[in-house]
Design a protein around this ligand. Structure first.
Ligand code: HEC
Length: 194
């Protein structure tokens, strides 16, 4: 297993450095897209079943968002000290399950890429471990995500077949964990009361 992780990490490292040099030489966009698909493919095919958030991060997310969580400016957004990560949990869980595409402002930079969906690759327990990890890694210091919260959001968004857009995620109905606190947040039922 350790060996497999090592090989995989090496492979994504090579792809990432290829992407970096292509970006700096101002290469054709189609070429970059091809490299990104390869990175996506190699991180998705990783046969890791771990409940350790850091291990999951290193196999699934590291190639794009980097070990220091700073991403690659203009191409892959940072996860360190970013509201998308440390803010609303429901929104973050949605991003991981179905991915996100189109224009998205992260810090002072506007990204326009595509983040792959993970819902068929990570179960509730793995997703919770991974998200709890990124919410506390580097300079982040946010609360953990529980398996039950992932389960509730997964259930509520089960019909989703496309990646989210930042615009959709700004809507209240696409934030929060449905059902988790409804008994506190639900307005009093005044209909037909007598
Ligand atoms: C193939 C590259 C790639 C991989 C692998 C990847 N992401 Fe992303 N991610 C992106 C891109 C590109 C965006 C921005 C999408 C856009 O511009 O709409 C993004 C956006 C995000 C965002 C919202 C913006 C931000 O920076 O906070 C989060 C959170 C995120 N990714 C977490 C993850 C996690 C967790 C993993 C591992 C399960 C992961 N990503 C794997 C490319 C990737």
């Amino acid at each position: 297993m350790k060996f497999l992780l090592f090989v995989l990490n090496l492979e994504t490292k090579i792809l990432t450095s290829m992407a970096r040099s292509l970006i700096s030489t101002g290469c054709r966009v189609s070429m970059l897209t091809m490299i990104f698909s390869l990175i996506t493919f190699s991180s998705m095919m990783a046969q890791t079943s771990s409940t350790d958030g850091e291990t999951l991060y290193l196999t699934r997310c590291n190639s794009c968002h980097q070990a220091d969580g700073e991403g690659i400016t203009g191409v892959f957004p940072p996860l360190n000290e970013v509201d998308w990560v440390t803010g609303d949990k429901g929104r973050l869980i949605r991003i991981i399950l179905d991915g996100v595409m189109g224009e998205m402002q992260v810090g002072n930079t506007v990204y326009s890429g595509a983040m792959p969906p993970w819902k068929t690759f990570l179960n509730d327990q793995e997703t919770a471990a991974l998200l709890s990890y990124i919410r506390t890694a580097w300079d982040n210091n946010a609360s953990a995500v529980t398996e039950n919260e992932v389960k509730l959001v997964r259930k509520a968004t089960a019909g989703r077949t496309q990646a989210w857009t930042a615009e959709e995620l700004a809507a209240k109905e696409n934030q929060g964990v449905p059902g988790a606190f409804s008994f506190i947040l639900a307005p009093p039922d005044t209909s037909g009361s007598n």
